[in-house]
Design a protein around this ligand. Structure first.
Ligand code: DHB
Ligand code: FE
Length: 272
């Protein structure tokens, strides 16, 4: 038996014990059991397995998998990552529709090792909602705006990135499906505060999956994904509205700037 099989044996045994104890301790009725099975069936049929699991479970997986880690703090990936976004070199503008709305955000920073050495050639894989809280490939039909506000941005020779995008907006989990119905039944709102998602990668370093959250967001203290917002990941982009500056940059509305550095921990050595 391979190592993978023994891992499966161990965790599956443990999972069954936990679930059986849960049923016993809560005196789950047969009717409740059937309703739970029907709920999970609907979650599958409506394509919400990742959404549901990521709302309620992924925070714990992130904590378990990243405990003791150095460098920038991690948080959940969520259900809207697409692995093959366009590759761009910094400086760049994220792919967006010709009539993309929402304030411009100029997002800059450096990718560094946890010892503080800049990492040229690091990849900042970015994804976010648009100004209406919609994600491309999920809430916006794929052929309407492929890879909208998504890209894998390579850092320059100083390890810096410089990305023009749009401020994201709060995201409300769809109310029409089973995840929304469960939240409503629990009398919980379905909002996530506005956030930018990123995976930061560099050979020789452990990939970092995290998010940056906007401080002034109304949901910053009550994310539906409990525990996903962490203090060190809250940012407050600066607004710029000087008329001459806007004119020079050819912007018709005030824009925002945000600077954030990402620190990557060295990869775990595979050598025994
Ligand atoms: C979830 C995560 C997100 O980042 C998001 O935008 C919506 C939902 C989630 O954990 O399900
Ligand atoms: Fe998100």
């Amino acid at each position: 038996m391979g190592a993978e099989d023994s891992r499966l044996d161990e965790v599956f045994d443990n999972l069954l014990t936990t679930l059986r104890n849960f049923v016993k301790e809560n005196r789950i009725t047969h009717d409740e059991y059937r309703r739970a099975v029907a709920f999970m069936t609907e979650v599958g049929q409506k394509g919400e397995v990742s959404l549901l699991c990521d709302v309620f479970i992924e925070v714990s997986v992130d904590a378990a998998d990243n405990s003791g880690r150095s460098g920038t703090i991690t948080t959940i990936e969520g259900p809207f990552y697409v692995h093959d976004a366009p590759m761009l070199n910094s400086p760049c503008v994220l792919p967006q529709r010709l009539d993309e709305s929402g304030p411009v955000l100029l997002f800059t920073g450096t990718v560094l090792s946890s010892k503080g050495e800049p990492l040229p050639g690091a990849v900042l894989d970015l994804w976010q909602s648009d100004t209406h809280g919609l994600y491309s490939h999920f809430d916006i039909p794929k052929n309407e705006a492929p890879y909208n506000l998504r890209a894998r941005v390579t850092t320059d020779r100083q390890g810096k990135f410089d990305v023009q995008t749009r401020l994201p907006a709060p995201y409300e989990i769809p109310k029409s499906g089973p995840t929304g119905a469960l939240l409503a039944a629990l009398q919980r709102h379905a909002w996530r505060p506005a956030h930018l998602h990123m995976k930061v990668e560099h050979s020789g370093h452990r990939t970092l999956t995290t998010q940056l959250f906007l401080k002034k967001d109304p949901w910053i203290d009550s994310d539906v994904v409990e525990g996903a917002v962490k203090q060190a990941l809250i940012v407050d982009p600066v607004m710029h509205d000087d008329a001459d500056d806007l004119h020079r940059r050819n912007f018709s509305e005030p824009y925002f700037t945000l600077s954030y550095d990402f620190l990557l921990e060295p990869a775990i050595s595979k050598a025994a």
